[in-house]
Design a protein. Sequence first.
Length: 181
Amino acid sequence: MLQIPKKLETRRSHKVIQFFLMRSESWSKENRAFSIYWSTSHMITTAQVMRLLATMRGLDPDICAIAGAMHDVATMETGRAVDHAARSIDFIKPLLHEYNEANEKYKITDDEIALLSKIIPQHSNKNEFTDNPYVEILKDADALDRYLQGVEAKEAEMPRLLRVLFDLGIDAEFGLRYNYI
Ligand SMILES: [Fe+2]
C-alpha cells in the first residue's frame, strides 16, 4: 500500500508566510542586522527544509514549517539579531493571535502556539542536543538552511550540520558530491 500521501498539508504554513510577507512591507529598512531580502528568503526556505525533515522524521510538516518560518521573528520584526531567539517570546503569541484573527479558517491552536513558544526560543543553542524532536528539528533546519544559503557554518554547529547532512545521505567522509564547473 502506498504510504506517501499525494498531497502534503501545507495550507496554514503558507498562510503564516504570507502574513509575514505582508508585515515585511512595514519593517524598517534602516539599521538591520540582515536585509529584508535575506530575512524573507531564509524564512521561506527554512520552512521548506522543515517540511522535508519533518516528513523524514514523522513530525507534522505544517507546524514544523510554521516554526521554520517564524524562528527568526524577533530579527525580522526589529532588525536586531542579538538575543533574537530569547526575544522571540515577545512576538510569537501576539503575532499568532493577530494571524488567527485574520485567518479564521486556518487558525493555529493554543497547544501549537505553546509548542512554538517552547522551541523557537531555544533554536540558537545549536551545540546543545535535547530529546525533544521539535526542538531538534528546528535547530537542524536552521543550520542546514543557512548552509544551503551559503553562510559559513560556525564551529559549534558543525556536529549538528554533519549529522543532518548524513541523514540526507551526504557523508562527510566522502565529501560533497559535486564538482565546480
Ligand atoms: Fe535562522
